[in-house]
Design a protein around this ligand. Structure first.
Ligand SMILES: Nc1ncnc2c1ncn2[C@@H]1O[C@H](COP(=O)(O)OP(=O)(O)OP(=O)(O)O)[C@@H](O)[C@H]1O
Length: 326
């Protein structure tokens, strides 16, 4: 395993390189909350592209901007500056209704707390996005059953959430996220409420959605073992993208490419955990979430970079690392 340059991601995802547009592209994304002296810069100049059919994890200390990044990426929040493109379409200028529709039809969501409707059966929950998009009930039912079959819950289609275990509920949520064949699946701590064995099952299903269905997954997690299932891990600190790690099992991992064994993942998880510890140490030692605009004191601007080849050179306030993750 190693931390390699993200050239492959740039090539695979960049419309500028003549290929199809990336599933998702963030350019110079900044999100500032509040005003003047009380302003918090939750994101500062994020540059990232997610190629189609890739699995990207986002990690970082508490308050580093992970949720804000996810929300800006899927049109739930609006960047203060910068561009967010889904399949080449710019989201930042879209109206609220158009964004709601786009999210419903083109983005799948999986949340830590499952977010299933308790009065509906598993099948009805999974079919709901289709029904909202105008699909007829019979067709929605067929597709929902297929999606439930893919997560191993065909037999539970008639159960309500309260009659399912936590892991089963999260599998229903994944089936619901995938049923519209979305351009991106956005997973916010999808294993946060699951025990380790159930979490592994869930991550295997997410990984399978990428490998078998060609889904593009963007997942926020605090868990290095979960992140190790991804192709690439982005590390945020103080609103900046300060490091990236390409997992061994990724087709792009130069060392151990394609090795998705448990051993490879364990090694990747240990490596990711070390980088997180380094980031947490740096954040504790003085670079909390920034107040007010301006470059300078983030973890990426310290005397040494965090973690290796994808890290931030000290002089540029983090923008170079952001560029490398594009
Ligand atoms: N609505 C808001 N108003 C003001 N500040 C906000 C708002 N949302 C987030 N922030 C601030 O932006 C920064 C980034 O927050 P964010 O929730 O994105 O971090 P995070 O990495 O997801 O944290 P955690 O791991 O604790 O969930 C924090 O300093 C937070 O306090």
């Amino acid at each position: 395993m190693m931390n390699v340059d993200d050239e492959t991601y740039r090539r695979a995802g960049s419309a500028a390189a003549g290929g199809p547009p990336a599933a998702l592209a963030l350019t110079g994304v900044t999100r500032r909350y509040g005003r003047r002296g009380a302003a918090v810069e939750a994101l500062r100049g994020i540059e990232v592209e997610l190629p189609r059919g890739s699995f990207t994890a986002v990690m970082g200390p508490s308050g580093s901007g992970k949720s804000t990044l996810l929300q800006c990426a899927v049109g739930l929040d609006r960047p203060t500056a910068g561009s967010v493109r889904l399949g080449g379409q710019e989201l930042t200028g879209m109206g609220r209704r158009a964004l709601t529709r786009l999210r419903r039809e083109r983005i799948g969501f999986v949340f830590q707390s499952f977010n299933l409707l308790p009065a509906l059966t598993a099948e009805q929950n999974v079919g709901l996005p289709l029904r909202l998009a105008g699909t007829g009930s019979r067709r929605a039912r067929t597709l929902a059953r297929e999606a439930l079959g893919r997560v191993g819950l065909a037999e539970r289609a008639g159960r309500r959430p309260a009659e399912l275990s936590g892991g089963q509920q999260q599998r229903v949520a994944l089936a619901r996220a995938l049923v519209t064949a979305p351009e991106i699946v956005c997973a916010d701590e999808p294993t946060g409420a699951l025990d380790p064995a159930t979490a592994e099952e869930m991550l295997g299903l997410l990984r399978g959605a990428v490998d078998m269905l060609g889904a593009t997954v963007l997942m926020v997690t605090h868990d290095p073992a979960a992140a190790a299932h991804a192709d690439r891990v982005l590390f945020l600190a103080d609103g900046m993208l300060v490091d990236t790690y390409v997992c061994a099992g990724s087709a792009d991992g130069a060392d151990g490419a394609g090795d998705r064994s448990g051993d490879a993942r364990t090694g990747a998880a240990a490596h990711i955990a070390r980088r997180m510890r380094a980031l947490a140490g740096r954040t504790r030692s003085g670079a909390g979430p920034r107040s007010g605009p301006g470059p300078g004191s983030g973890p990426g601007s310290g005397p040494e970079s965090v973690g290796g080849a994808g890290s931030v050179p000290p002089a540029d306030g983090g923008r170079a690392a952001a560029g490398r993750a594009a």
